[in-house]
Every structure is written in structure tokens, then in C-alpha cells.
Design a protein. Structure first.
Length: 565
């Protein structure tokens, strides 16, 4: 909408003359986003982003929606029409608009107050896990893995749940099926275009069911969760592919999303300029290839292959590169990928090697060399915008990724990177005086870490994911100060967010007077990361750690030195 509508001269004039326009970064203020998304869902029956909400001067919503095209399209009103109608109704029917919005808000407020009192309901039992499994099995896509139809998201939360379900139900057919679904999904994602075969890491989601054509944005929280999912799959299956992909993800994050302070940046955009002379960005321009480009980069004849075969021919066969491009026009509504290729592994190394009459080892060398050459060319292209804000929650997820993968693979360098991340969190996103986590910090113009003049206090997910990251780091290193800090943060989380009158955690501080609603994370709040389960996991891990390490902790609290603590 920014490009289509907000930069449109006519729409811009209407907005500037008649509205006070405020753009909110939902990653910076997830509490504000959640309140107004709840309103939009209640009034329209659906939600999503981009989200547009119109408020009264005292910030109470009265109209909201998601995407609006700039002009009317079929039965869908365009943003210009919506703005003109709101202006007309505000001038002639303001009281009705305000009272209508207030009624919805009051209903939502009462709904949030209805919570189970302690003891009224039993804790979730195995039947809840069984129902979750059945729902995922019902929506599972057999050929390519994943759940539901396109667009397909990696959904690492679902994958981790299914591996946990298998661990508890190994002897049952349901447990075996759960593991099969996970491993097949992870394999297909690793082979697909959603996985960046040249520069590593995973894109945001796939626009098609086969994981081929992605939305090219890369998010830090996807990398952290997928690293854990892949290394867990390696642990339960022993399949080397999964360990290689986990390491691949961390290589990308270390190279492209890491700040010198030890923190991790939030994301890379999907759009970039195709060339340095270009004036308009295109989706995926940094990542895609024409067949001609690849032939020019890989012209050498491969000795020992059947016939006069070039490295380009082998590479193009293996990764599905076509002369006319391999992107279905249905996945490219704006024509930005016409003639371009998104790399996707079409054949196993065994089949490709046999097809060209070379050994698997020789093929692996050729493909690795080709990817390195393509990566060098990509580095010379105009890069996508890098979002350099650093969020406590997402850094906590990435901390878990480095700690878990480093521990499983016995990789000291990965564990050292995890400890640097934990030190960053302590130095830059922990307010010692206020005893609180800070939600975000930023890379300044001088490349140093900066904090906002009025720092944003941490939310539930900041505490939950940092606690779990610290626990993973403690398990990997056995350094007790990480466990101690995790306990301190868990206690602070309970003080700030626990609903003492009902049950569960509020997503933000319920005492904040600036928020219209005190919300918890419910099923209607569609998101990529589920905090409540992470909170339970953190509390459980802390209880186990306290049981086994309590005596040593007592000794530490009495000043008995241990340089390994």
C-alpha cells in the first residue's frame, strides 16, 4: 500500500488535508497492533497486514480493514473511496460512528474480562495434544509437506509440536505419522526455493504449494526457529541433511544479520534494485537468475561427463533452471519475475550424477563451486534493505538457535556466538535500574548500538524467548550465571504479566493506561510464534534446573567462587 497508495499524489493530498496519519511498526509496538487487530477482526471477520484503522481523537477505533487497493476494484472499494466516505460520515454522522465503535470496543473489553478463575478448569491434558495432531494431520499436504494450501509458511511451531508429539507417542501409529509429516516437510522446504541455495537462510513463505516461489523477505525469527527445528530433526532421525541445513541457517545469520555488538538484526526486505542504474525496486531481484547469466558464469566443460557438458548445464538441470524462466505467471501477478529463475532442487545428487555420468562426489564439488560463483555475483548486486533494529524477543529465539545447534554438533564457535548474543542482551536490552527487559535497540549512523530516548519496555514475548534462550545456553555450556539470570527474568515476567485473578499471561503490562484492551494470546491472534507454550516450557525447564542444580546455586549465592560458573 505504501507504493500503490501512500505515494499516490491524489490520495496523499486527501490524507494530509483531512487526517492525522500515523504509521506504526507492528514489530516495535506489538501491543498497539494487537489491540487494533482485535478490533478489525471483530468488525470485519478477518485480519491481516497491512492494516488500516481510523480512530477518534482519543484513539478509539471506529472503522478498520486490511488491504485496500488505491482505486475501486470490482466490488472492493479503493482507498480513495474509503477515505472520502469516512470524511463524509465523520462530518454528517460523527456521533453514530463514535458510538458504534465504542459498542464494539466495550464488547471486546467485556470479552477479555471473562477468564477462568483458578480451579474452575482443569489443565490441558493429552486430549488437547491429540486434537492438535488431528487438525494438523487433516490439513497436511502429502506431496510437498506443509499444512493447508498456498501461501505456505514454514510454521516451525507446528513442526516442533509434532516432534514432541512423536516423542510422547513413539509406539503409536499416530506418533510415527507425526514424525513422517515433519521430516518430509523439512526435506521439501530444504530443497525448495523458499530456501536460499546461494546465500543460505529461509525466505518468509512460499506463494505456491511446492515451496518454489517465495516471498523473498527474510525474517530473523524464522531463522532462529528453523535452526532449532532442523537440528531437532537431525537428533531424532540422524539424517545429515537436517544438520547441514541448520548450520546453513546460522551461516546466513552470522554473515548478514549480525551486529558487531553481538546482537541480531530483524530482517532483509523482499525488494531491491535489479541493477545499480535501476530506479524501481523489484520483488526478488537480488536472488533470481536468467539462464543466460548462469551460462555466462559457468562456461567450463566438465571433464569426464557424458559429452561436451558445461558446468552450467549440470547446474541448470539440478536446480530446475529454464531458458524462459521457471516462475509460473500465477505466482508473479506483477510480472516482476518474468524470464527469471528461482533455484529449486529438482533431482537428488544421485540422479543428477548418474544423468551426466559423473560421481556423486564430483557433482557435489561442481555444485558447491557454482554456488560460490553465483554468490560472488550476488554480492555485487544492489542489496535489499536491511532492517537493523534489534528486538529482544527475536534475539532470544536466535540465541536458542545458536545454543541448540552448537550443543548438538559440538561446535565451539557456534556456542561462543550464542554467548556473545546473551552478553548483548544483558548489555543493551536489560535495564538494570528498572529491572526490566527493553523491547528494542538500533544500529546508529555511526554503527554503534543506540537506544530510543524513551525506550519501549519489554513485552511478554521478550521475556519468554530470552528466558528460553538463556536456558538453552545454560544447557549447552553449564555456566550457572545464565541459569541465574533466566530465573530472575522469569520471576519478573510473572510479576509483570501473570493474570493473578484468572489464568495465563497478558501479552503486555495490563496496568498500562495507554492501551484500550488488556489482551492475552488467543487462537484468534494469528502469529508465527506462540508465547504461552514457550512460557510453560521456560517455567518447566527452570524447575528442573533448580532441582538438579539447587545446591550449587546456594553455594554460588554465598560467594563461593567458581570460575566456570
Amino acid at each position: 500500500m505504501e507504493r500503490e497508495s501512500f505515494e499516490d499524489e491524489e490520495i496523499g493530498k486527501i490524507l494530509s488535508k483531512n487526517f492525522v496519519c500515523i504509521k506504526v511498526d507492528r514489530e516495535e509496538r506489538p501491543d498497539v497492533d494487537k489491540v487494533y487487530m482485535t478490533f478489525v477482526q471483530a468488525t470485519s471477520g478477518g485480519g491481516g497486514w497491512p492494516m488500516s484503522v481510523w480512530l477518534t481523537p482519543d484513539l478509539r477505533p471506529f472503522i478498520g480493514g486490511t488491504y485496500f487497493p488505491p482505486r475501486d476494484s470490482g466490488r472492493r472499494p479503493g482507498l480513495k473511496t474509503v477515505l472520502l466516505r469516512i470524511m463524509e460520515q465523520w462530518q454528517s454522522n460523527r456521533e453514530t460512528l463514535e458510538s458504534s465503535g465504542e459498542r464494539v470496543l466495550e464488547a471486546l473489553r467485556k470479552g477479555t474480562e471473562i477468564s477462568a478463575s483458578p480451579g474452575e478448569t482443569l489443565p490441558p491434558g493429552p486430549d488437547v495434544a491429540n486434537r492438535c495432531y488431528q487438525q494438523l494431520a487433516h490439513s497436511y499436504e502429502e506431496e510437498y509437506g506443509g499444512f493447508r494450501e498456498a501461501p505456505k509458511f514454514p510454521s516451525p511451531v507446528n513442526l516442533m509440536f509434532l516432534m514432541s508429539f512423536w516423542a510422547v507417542n513413539r509406539a503409536s501409529s499416530e506418533g510415527a505419522e507425526a514424525l513422517r509429516m515433519v521430516l518430509h516437510t523439512l526435506r521439501m522446504m530444504a530443497l525448495g526455493g523458499i530456501h536460499d541455495h546461494v546465500a543460505q537462510g529461509f525466505h518468509r513463505y512460499s506463494t505456491d504449494s511446492s515451496w518454489h516461489v517465495p516471498h523473498f523477505e527474510k525474517m530473523l525469527y524464522d531463522q532462529g526457529q528453523l535452526a532449532v527445528a532442523y537440528i531437532t530433526a537431525y537428533q531424532v532421525s540422524g539424517e545429515r541433511l537436517f544438520a547441514d541445513v541448520a548450520r546453513d541457517v546460522l551461516l546466513y545469520v552470522s554473515r548478514d544479520l549480525s551486529d558487531k555488538s553481538g546482537g541480531f538484526y530483524s530482517a532483509e526486505d523482499a525488494d531491491s534494485f535489479p541493477t545499480v542504474e535501476s530506479t524501481e525496486k523489484r520483488e526478488g531481484a537480488f536472488c533470481v537468475w536468467t539462464a543466460g547469466e548462469i551460462r555466462e558464469l559457468l562456461p567450463d566443460i566438465v571433464k569426464g561427463a557424458k559429452g561436451a557438458i558445461t558446468q552450467a548445464t549440470i547446474f541448470m538441470h539440478h536446480y530446475g533452471v529454464k531458458e524462459q524462466g521457471n516462475v509460473d505467471p500465477a505466482q508473479d501477478p506483477h510480472g516482476e519475475l518474468q524470464g527469471q529463475n528461482v533455484l529449486i532442487v529438482r533431482y537428488s545428487v544421485e540422479l543428477t550424477a548418474a544423468h551426466f555420468g559423473i560421481s556423486v562426489d564430483r557433482l557435489s564439488e561442481l555444485l558447491s563451486d557454482a554456488r560460490a560463483k553465483l554468490a560472488e555475483v550476488r554480492r555485487a548486486r544492489p542489496p535489499p534493505h536491511l532492517d537493523t533494529k534489534m528486538l529482544a524477543s527475536w534475539n532470544g529465539l536466535m540465541l536458542s538457535g545458536f545454543a541448540r545447534v552448537g550443543a548438538v554438533l559440538g561446535d565451539k564457535a557456534l556456542l561462543e556466538r550464542a554467548e556473545r548474543a546473551a552478553c548483548f542482551l544483558r548489555e543493551h536490552l536489560w535495564d538494570e535500574e528498572g529491572e526490566r527487559i527493553l523491547h528494542s535497540c538500533y544500529r546508529g549512523d555511526d554503527m554503534e548500538v543506540e537506544q530510543a530516548a524513551s525506550p519501549i519496555a519489554g513485552f511478554l514475548d521478550d521475556y519468554a524467548f530470552v528466558v528460553c534462550g538463556l536456558l538453552d545456553l545454560f544447557e549447552a555450556t553449564q555456566r550457572l550465571h545464565w541459569l541465574q539470570w533466566a530465573e530472575e527474568l522469569q520471576l519478573r515476567q510473572d510479576q509483570l504479566f501473570w493474570d493473578s485473578q484468572g489464568s495465563g499471561y497478558f501479552c503486555s503490562d495490563p496496568s498500562d493506561p495507554t492501551l484500550l484492551l488488556a489482551l492475552k494470546q488467543g487462537e484468534e491472534q494469528k502469529c508465527d510464534i506462540m508465547c504461552d507454550g514457550i512460557c510453560i516450557n521456560g517455567v518447566e525447564s527452570l524447575w528442573i534446573s533448580a532441582f538438579f542444580f539447587g545446591n550449587l546455586w546456594v553455594a554460588m549465592s554465598h560467594g563461593k567462587d567458581n570460575e566456570d560458573l
